[in-house]
Design a protein around this ligand. Sequence first.
Ligand code: PA5
Length: 446
Amino acid sequence: MLLELDEKYTKSFISKESIAAIEPEVMAAQEMLHSGTGAGNKFLGWLDLPENYDRAEFMAIKEAAAEITKTVQVLVVIGIGGSYLGARAVIEFIKSQANNELNKDTPSIYFTGNSISASSLADIIKLCDCKDFAINIISKSGTTTEPAIAFRVLLEMLINQFGKEEAAKRVFVTTDKSRGTLKELADKEGYRTFVVPENIGGRYSVLTAVGLLPIAVAGVDIDALMQGAADARLEYMNPDFAKNACYRYAALRNILYRSGKKVEMLVSYEPDFTMMCEWFKQLFGESEGKDGKGIFPSSAVFSTDLHSIGQYIQQGERIMFETSVFFEDAKEDIIIGFDPKNVDGLNFLAGQTLSNVNRKAFQGTTIAHYDGGVPTIILKMKKMDEYNLGWLIYFFEKSCAISGYLLGVNPFDQPGVETYKRNMFALLGKQGYEELRSELEARLQK
Ligand code: PA5
């Protein structure tokens, strides 16, 4: 099996009886998901996507990526939430967090439109100034404020630099097939468009054009990524609860949650996995945090964070469990040398690979945290490559859906995200928000 779920370090926290007790609930959740009878059933397109994706669109993505790679030095990807995290997570995990600085034959890729920070957008402007650049604006709704602002600013810069006609060839729009401001603009200006399928929500969309176009521009093998997800899809259709790692993961985290472990920390020993943790946090946080319920998703990269929050994990409030994703093989390994003088006292490590030292850190930390009252679910994978990552993405997506149904929430909506937007629009004086504006202004004066 490509992904091994190791439950050993949950044993003293999860009884056999609690696993047996939750099994019928998992089976009911599976039935709801596969029959499309559960909450949010209009957004199940991701479930069969790795098998049923639009092949023509996939080809068009590859062609556009090849053209972008050939013609520009910089691709600016504009988007937020599900229209941002997946692409960046895959690129950084497969290539590197430092990919833009490393020698490569693909354009540098910068992400923006994922905050309203002027300083941050100003940096992107500097990075594009006098460079041959293109834009991929991604927004399913086509109306999200953060990316819309960044697009307005960067489009003006693109037009000033290249003229309207040439600029139009450098704008790639990923949005709804037929609706929204962005789609209307793209049709009017002749920008090339890619589709966010209607039945796939933002946080489940990394394997659509939303993620695939920037991912392909980075030189990541998107065929292998899809194949990994397709094979995971087949694997996790298995209705045998004992053998289905995806269902067991959903079950374990819910048992832990019900026993008071309200915080899940996704842990990796690879800094290049950092943005995958961010993607995971959105996937689970937005899917489960509602109706006063939900496991709070957090993350850490070890051993880095053992020197910051390690103390809390070991001895602070006993409210958390860990899910550790461990990759057997490093992308590249390094052998620690021998120093005849042994000035640093490290000769006991001479001749060892760094990845072996990392493995010992993983093993030692897991036992320490378990002994300290932090159960750990281990997800072991072999390689840090596209196939493994596609598999892992599908594993998390499906376990998130099952887990949401176990919690009794709709894992495919995000009504709470609107509240800050309403307040922000009101405070900015947008038409239609006058009453709310007066109320908020009065509260701010108090
Ligand atoms: O998961 C989601 O639906 C959200 O995080 C969206 O992806 C995010 O709000 C961006 O929305 P849009 O793609 O419509 O700009």
